[in-house]
Structure formats: C-alpha cells, structure tokens
Design a protein around this ligand. Structure first.
Ligand code: SAH
Length: 348
C-alpha cells in the first residue's frame, strides 16, 4: 500500500473496525467522487480525520508544477513514497481535457528515441499510484472535468498489467470515466495485448509502431526482437476480431529514419489489413538521441501519402515541448542528473 488509492472499500472497512459501517464508504467516496484529501472531509469527525491521516499511506507528493501553452498544458513531477520520481501531464483542448499518466517509474523498454527509455527502469507503480495521478490532475483541472486518460506517460503499461487492470476499473467505476475515454499505449507487449483482448472493459489500444520493417524497428524498439512485426500482427488481428474495437498506431516521424516513401509503403501494407488508424507526431527532441523530427512539410506529405494508400491518419500537435512535457520527454529524476552532467560538460 503506497497510496490511499490502493485501498478498496473493503480494505477501508478493515482499517476502521470500530467505526459505523458507512464510514468506509464515506471515505472511499470522498477520495474518488469528491477528489478530496482526508483533511478536507469535514463530514467525518475531526478525531477520525486525524487518525486516518496517520494510518493511510501518504501517496504522491507534488515536487514541481510547470505549465506551458498559456496554461493549456501542465506537467507535474511527483515523488513516490520511496523517493522515485514520476511525471504526469494535463492537456486542455477545446472539447476535452486529457491526462497523460505514468504506469512505471522509469521504463525497461529502452527505446532509443525516448527520454524515459534512456533513463532505465526503477519500478512498477501500484494501482493507487496510477489512480492518484488522475486525482491530482482532476483537482487542478476544476472547474473543467478530466474527460480522457492516455497511458502514455513514463513506463510500459502492459508490462504492469497486474496493477493497470484494477486502475482501469477504478477510473471507469468510482471516478466515472467511460472506458472509451481510456487509451492504453504499448510498444507491442504481446502477452499484455492478449490480456487486453480478454479484458471486458472496452478501453482503446494504441500501438507505438514507428517502423514496419523488423530490422529498423529492432534498432528503435528493442522489444521488437522478442515480439517481431509478424507476431505482433497476429495478436493484433485477434484483438480486432475479438473486441471489434478500433486499433491505432503511433508513428513518431524521425527525419530520414522512418519518413521515407518506403516507410509509407511498409506502414500502409501493415495497417490496412488491421484497419488501423495512424497518429503521426513529429519526434520530440531528447538528450540521448541526436536525430531530428521530420519537417512540418514532410509530416504533411506523409499524412497525404497514407490517405492515398487508403489508410486514415491524424497529425497530432505537440504540446509542452518547452517544459519537457511532450511525448517521450518525461524522465523524472534522471533528467536532473542529465542536466547537471550537461551543465558540467559545457561549464567554465
Ligand atoms: N510505453 C508505451 C507508452 C509510453 S510512450 C508506448 O511505448 O507506447 C507514449 C508515446 O510516446 C509512444 O508512442 C512513444 O513511442 C512516443 N515517444 C517516445 N519518445 C518520443 C519522442 N522523443 N518523440 C515523440 N514521441 C515519442
């Protein structure tokens, strides 16, 4: 138990054996429906609030909050109870407010172009630590309501299925977010995709493809060596057939690496049989990967090229780049270390 949000209703009842039965429900509803901290639950007697503050896990601590895009993007660095750092991002759009949530401190996938991958893996987040990020963002978003959750922060969500699955249910039930507004993003973790296929909650699946050629995908995404494109396609075909849900591919356009006409042909051939939708985003800069994102012109050409090949695509706007809040830029603690090193290297 690392967060108050790790406790189910029954756990709260067990913690409060001498209290009337409705107390546990009051606390659970205050935390979830009310998005409140225990010290704000004035319907609970002060003595009990004090006791709860002592016995409930402290959970996440806000270490820093930065905003960009005129307040439309907010990034938090959050400290876990053991000192590990994660990051969470809130993005307001005209008709929706989306929270980008981390599922691990660090990431073991080691994708070359991703700052989290460059930093290595610390540990899985608990269910409560995943849910509490949404609560922190939802409190800050008020009076606007958080409408969508994307599991595109730090970590590989499907490598932490054991804690992710209950978090999806908690967000869908007590926090009231529709399953279709929850999107799990994966690098292509095949056992995890099988779990998602069997999961009754109809959440969306996004697969970070970035290349449809095994040799080049191996270089970008090391997990491709374990689950190559052919194996991935099979499990995705089964996912689409079983769930009847739309699949999407993420493709970060990297100048000269995966934005050529050959890439267009390969991607179209891979996406078409799966009826997958493609989200294009120019690569965001990270300290450990010295290749640039494609030019806006090439991004537009690539999108048009997919349309010609009967594949639907959307060009995504990048958000929060200047506060390192954009895709692939979340690095938590290690960022500070990298910065310090950079400064030392170029210093007087
Ligand atoms: N591990 C999961 C979720 C986290 S990453 C996954 O890989 O899907 C969320 C998205 O950001 C992924 O599509 C990832 O490939 C992408 N991404 C990583 N680094 C990036 C960068 N430097 N620029 C743009 N997108 C990046």
């Amino acid at each position: 138990m690392r967060s108050a949000y790790d406790l189910e209703l029954e756990d709260l009842s067990e913690l409060l054996p001498e209290e009337p039965a409705y107390r546990a429900r009051q606390v659970f509803d205050g935390l979830h429906g009310g998005l409140r901290r225990v010290d704000e639950m004035t319907e609970i007697p002060a003595a009990l609030r004090g006791r709860l503050a002592e016995i409930l896990p402290a959970g996440l601590t806000v270490v820093s909050e930065r905003s960009a895009d005129d307040g439309g993007t907010v990034k938090w660095a959050l400290e876990l109870d053991d000192g590990a750092l994660i990051e969470t991002v809130l993005m307001h759009y005209e008709r929706r407010s989306t929270v980008c949530v981390s599922t691990q401190a660090g990431c073991a996938m080691a994708c070359s172009f991703c700052a989290t991958g460059q930093a290595g893996f610390t540990r899985h987040l608990t269910t409560g630590e995943i849910v509490e990020q949404v609560v922190i963002a939802a409190r800050a978003a008020a009076p606007r309501r958080v409408s969508n959750i994307v599991f595109m922060g730090m970590g590989e969500p499907l490598a932490n299925w054991k804690n992710l699955a209950p978090a999806l249910h908690r967000l869908n039930g007590p926090l009231g977010l529709g399953a279709r507004r929850l999107t799990v993003s994966t690098v292509g973790h095949v056992p995890g995709i099988r779990n998602l296929t069997a999961e009754p909650l109809a959440v969306n699946l996004a697969v970070s493809l970035h290349s449809a050629d095994d040799r080049r995908r191996d270089a970008l995404i090391p997990l491709n060596r374990t689950y190559p494109l052919g194996v991935l396609a099979e499990v995705l075909a089964d996912y689409v057939e079983t769930t009847h849900r739309r699949l999407s591919f993420e493709w970060a356009l990297i100048d000269g690496v995966n934005d050529t006409d050959r890439d267009l042909d390969e991607l179209a051939a891979y996406a078409r049989p799966l009826a997958a939708h493609v989200n294009l985003i120019p690569l965001n800069p990270t300290p450990g990967y010295l290749v640039r994102g494609s030019t806006p012109r090439r991004v537009a050409e690539f999108a048009a090229g997919l349309a010609q090949r009967q594949v639907t695509a959307t060009v995504r706007m990048t958000r929060g780049q200047e506060i390192d809040a954009a895709c692939g830029q979340l690095a938590g603690r290690t960022k500070v270390e990298l910065r310090t090193k950079e400064e030392t290297d170029v210093g007087p």
